[in-house]
Design a protein around this ligand. Structure first.
Ligand code: DHB
Length: 365
C-alpha cells in the first residue's frame, strides 16, 4: 500500500558519504528509448508518420532547421539546459551531461562554505514528479571551484548557481564563480525551504534588487535570476529584477509542497516540506513564463516539468528563449536532451519553421 503512493525514496549523497552514488545516477534508461518512436516521445500513438526517413532533418550532415538560441551574450547550440541540482556535483558528471547533448549546464547551487544538507529522506518520488528538500548540500565555493576549473573551457556554457544570505555573500560568490570561468551567474533567490536563503530573501523585492545590483557591479558576465512561483506575484518580482539590471529571468523553481505517509502518520521528508518538480508543475511554469513575458524585455529561461519537445515548444511559445531540464533527466533517462532536440527538429521541419527563435512568444499574438 505504501508503494502505491511513494514509489521511491532517494537519499542525499552529501549527508550520507558511505552510500554509493545517488539513485538518480543509476536510473535505467526509459523503456521508450527501445520502442518505435511516435512524433513526440511522450505520445503512445504516433499522430502522423513523419519520421526521419520521410522528412529528413539534415542534408549531407547540414541541419535543415536551426535550434540555436541566445540568452544575453551566451550562444547555445540548442535550447535544452541542465537545471541546477541534478547531476552537476562535479566535473565528471557535468562532462557527462555535455556529452549527452545539453546546450548549457547550470551548476548545483553553491555557497561560501561546505554545507551537509538535511538528513535523509531528502527526495521522494510521487505520482507526477519528485518532492525534494536536500537542504543545499554542497562542498563550498573553494572546493567546487577546483571542479569548475576542469570544465569551464568547454564550448558548452557553464552557468554558476549561487546562494547566500545577503548581498555581500552573493557578491563574493559571483566574483569567485567568474574567476573559475563560468559564462554566467544564476542567483538562487527561490529555494523554497532553506532558512535564511532562497525564497526567504528572494521574495523581498528590495533585498533582491540589492543582491542583483551588487553582483552586477562586481562581475562582467551576465547575471540570471531564478524566481519562485511561491509568491503573490512572480511578475512583480521579475520586473523588479529587470529594473535592478538582471540579464535574464529563470522561471520557475520548485513548488512548495509536502507528502504525508498515512501508515506512519508523518511527513515523508525529514524536512517535512520540500519543493515539487516534474510533470505536475509544467502548467504552473508555462503560466508564469507567459505572464512574465508580457511584462519584461529581458530573456526568460523556462523551467518546470519539461519532459518532451512538446513541453519545450509550450515554454518557447509562452516567451522562453531556452529551457532547463531536471526531473526529466531522472524520469526519462540519459537520452532526454537528444530526444527533445531530435523531436524539435522533426516538428520544425514538418511545420516549415527553420529557426527555433522565430517561435519565441508566438502564443501572445
Ligand atoms: C535545493 C532546492 C532548490 O529548489 C534549489 O533551488 C536549490 C537547492 C536543495 O534542497 O538543496
Amino acid at each position: 500500500m505504501y508503494h502505491h503512493q511513494v514509489r521511491f525514496i532517494i537519499t542525499n549523497s552529501f549527508s550520507s558519504p558511505h552510500q554509493p552514488s545517488p539513485a538518480m545516477a543509476v536510473h535505467p534508461p526509459h523503456p521508450s528509448s527501445t520502442k518505435q518512436q511516435p512524433f513526440f516521445h511522450n505520445e503512445t500513438q504516433p499522430k502522423e508518420n513523419i519520421f526521419i526517413t520521410t522528412h529528413p532533418i539534415s542534408f549531407f550532415g547540414v541541419p535543415l532547421v536551426n535550434l540555436n538560441t541566445r540568452i544575453s551574450n551566451l550562444e547555445l547550440s540548442n535550447p535544452t539546459m541542465l537545471a541546477s541540482g541534478i547531476m552537476d556535483e562535479d566535473a565528471g558528471s557535468i562532462q557527462r551531461i555535455i556529452d549527452l547533448g545539453a546546450g548549457a549546464i547550470v551548476t548545483k547551487s553553491i555557497g561560501l562554505i561546505p554545507r551537509e544538507g538535511y538528513p535523509n529522506p531528502t527526495i521522494v518520488e510521487l505520482e507526477y514528479g519528485l518532492l525534494n528538500a536536500m537542504g543545499l548540500p554542497n562542498p563550498g565555493i573553494d572546493h567546487y571551484g577546483k571542479e569548475l576549473q576542469q570544465i569551464t573551457k568547454s564550448k558548452t556554457p557553464i552557468i554558476g548557481s549561487i546562494y547566500g544570505s545577503n548581498a555581500s555573500e552573493f557578491v563574493t560568490l559571483g566574483k569567485k564563480m567568474e574567476e573559475y570561468g563560468v559564462k554566467a551567474i544564476e542567483l538562487n533567490l527561490s529555494c523554497p525551504h532553506a532558512k535564511g536563503y532562497g525564497l526567504e530573501i528572494g521574495s523581498d523585492p528590495n533585498l533582491m534588487q540589492e543582491i542583483i545590483k551588487g553582483v552586477k557591479n562586481s562581475v562582467s558576465i551576465p547575471v540570471f535570476v531564478k524566481l519562485s512561483p511561491n509568491v503573490t506575484s512572480i511578475t512583480d518580482l521579475a520586473q523588479a529584477a529587470e529594473k535592478a539590471g538582471a540579464d535574464a529571468i529563470v522561471a520557475i523553481n520548485t513548488v512548495k509542497a509536502m507528502k504525508i505517509d498515512p501508515e506512519i502518520r508523518m511527513p515523508v521528508l525529514a524536512n517535512k516540506t520540500g519543493g515539487y518538480s516534474g510533470k505536475a508543475i509544467k502548467p504552473i511554469g508555462v503560466r508564469c513564463v507567459y505572464d512574465i513575458a508580457k511584462n519584461v524585455q529581458i530573456p526568460i529561461i523556462g523551467v518546470g516539468g519539461i519532459t518532451t519537445a512538446s513541453d519545450t515548444l509550450e515554454y518557447i511559445m509562452a516567451g522562453a528563449c531556452a529551457v532547463q531540464i531536471g526531473t526529466a533527466f531522472y524520469s526519462e533517462g540519459l537520452e532526454v536532451f537528444r530526444t527533445i532536440c531530435t523531436d524539435l527538429e522533426s516538428w520544425m521541419k514538418h511545420h516549415h519553421v527553420k529557426t527555433l527563435t522565430d517561435l519565441i512568444g508566438v502564443a501572445h499574438q
